[in-house]
Design a protein. Structure first.
Length: 295
C-alpha cells in the first residue's frame, strides 16, 4: 500500500470468507486513502449450456456472477461510504485475474477459503496461489472476529535473516503508522546441539551467541524504518524456538501478521513462499500479509 493512487484489489466469490475480506479491505482502503476494486473472476463461459437460460443473451451464470459482484460492492459502500468502490466481473481464471490486477494495485486481499467443493480446506487454492506469486503485498483475511476488526491494536512482524530493513519491515512500519497500532518485531532463534563456529567459540556460550545474533538481526532490520517512522511504538522480542511456533503464538492477540516471501527471477518467480509463510497462511489466528522480497 505504498502508492496512494493505486487501488486495493479484493477477490470476491460470494462466499462468507470473501465478504470478510471485503469488510477488512474497506477499512484498510479508508485508512490508506486508496480506492477499492472488487473482482469476481469466473470461467463460466467454459461451461455454458449446462443449464438452460431464460435469456440466451444473458446466461444464468453471467447473471449470478454480476449479482455476486454487485452485492459485494453494496456491502463495501455501506461499510465505508468514503471509499471509492468499483466492481468487475472477469471471464478469467481467478488466480490469473488477481495476479494481473496485482501488477497495478497497492495490494491484493482474499478470503481464507472459497465456496467450491474444497471450501473445507484450511486455505483455499486461489488464496495460496495468489500469495505465492503476486508482485504486490497479499493479505489473506483469516482468524477470529476480534483479530479481523483490529481489536488488539498490535501488528506482529516476523523478522527473518536479513542484512538490513526488508520490504516486509517497511510495510509493517507504514501499516502501524497509518493505523496507530503497536508493532511487535519477532525474531526466533535456536542453538543446535553440537554446533561449532568461530563466532560461538569466541562467545564461549552457544546460547548467548545465538541470542546475541538474533538481537543484532533485529537491530539491523529495525534501525532505518524506526528512524523514518519515529511515532511508531516498537516492541522487540527474541524467542528461542521455531519461527512458526513463535509467530503463531504472537499472532493470537494481533490484528495482522506481516511476513516477507522471497521472489526469484525467471522460472523461479513465485516459488519461494517458505515454510513459515505456508504455516501462517494455513494456521494463523489473524489476517496475514505476505510481502514480496526481491532477490
Amino acid at each position: 500500500m505504498e502508492t496512494a493512487d493505486l487501488p486495493l484489489v479484493v477477490g470476491v466469490d460470494g462466499s462468507h470468507y470473501s465478504l470478510q475480506a471485503v469488510d477488512w479491505a474497506v477499512a484498510a482502503a479508508a485508512r490508506h486513502g486508496v480506492p477499492l476494486r472488487l473482482i469476481h473472476a469466473s470461467l463460466w463461459e467454459r461451461y455454458e449450456g449446462i443449464a438452460p437460460a431464460a435469456d440466451p443473451a444473458r446466461p444464468w451464470e453471467l447473471i449470478r456472477d454480476e449479482e455476486i459482484a454487485t452485492l459485494a460492492a453494496e456491502r463495501a459502500r455501506r461499510c465505508g461510504p468514503e471509499v471509492k468502490v468499483c466492481a468487475e466481473v472477469l471471464p478469467e481464471d481467478p488466480v490469473a485475474a488477481l495476479l494481473r490486477a496485482g501488477r497495478d494495485a497497492s495490494g491484493l486481499v482474499t478470503g481464507s477459503r472459497g465456496r467450491g467443493e474444497l471450501a473445507a480446506l484450511l486455505l483455499g487454492s486461489v488464496s495460496l496461489a495468489v500469495a505465492a506469486r503476486a508482485s504486490c503485498p497479499v493479505t489473506v483475511v483469516r482468524g477470529g472476529e476480534p483479530n479481523r476488526r483490529g481489536a488488539f491494536g498490535r501488528i506482529v512482524l516476523g523478522v527473518g535473516e536479513t542484512a538490513g530493513p526488508s520490504a516486509a519491515t517497511r510495510f509493517a512500519f507504514r501499516e502501524a503508522e497509518a493505523s496507530g497500532r503497536t508493532l511487535e518485531a519477532v525474531r526466533a532463534w535456536r542453538a543446535p546441539a553440537g554446533e561449532v563456529t568461530d563466532e560461538l567459540l569466541l562467545e564461549g556460550d552457544p546460547v548467548r551467541a545465538h541470542w546475541a545474533r538474533a538481537e543484532r538481526t533485529l537491530d539491523h532490520a529495525l534501525r532505518t524504518p524506526g528512524r523514518d517512522h519515529p511515532e511508531v511504538t516498537v516492541h522487540r522480542e527474541t524467542v528461542e524456538g521455531t519461527a512458526r511456533k513463535a509467530l503463531l503464538h504472537a499472532a493470537a492477540t494481533a490484528d495482522l501478521l506481516v511476513l516477507g516471501a522471497r521472489r526469484g527471477h525467471g522460472h523461479a518467480v513465485g516459488l519461494e513462499l517458505g515454510r513459515v509463510a505456508h504455516a501462517a497462511l494455513h494456521h494463523a489466528p489473524c489476517p496475514v500479509v505476505i510481502v514480496p522480497e526481491r532477490v
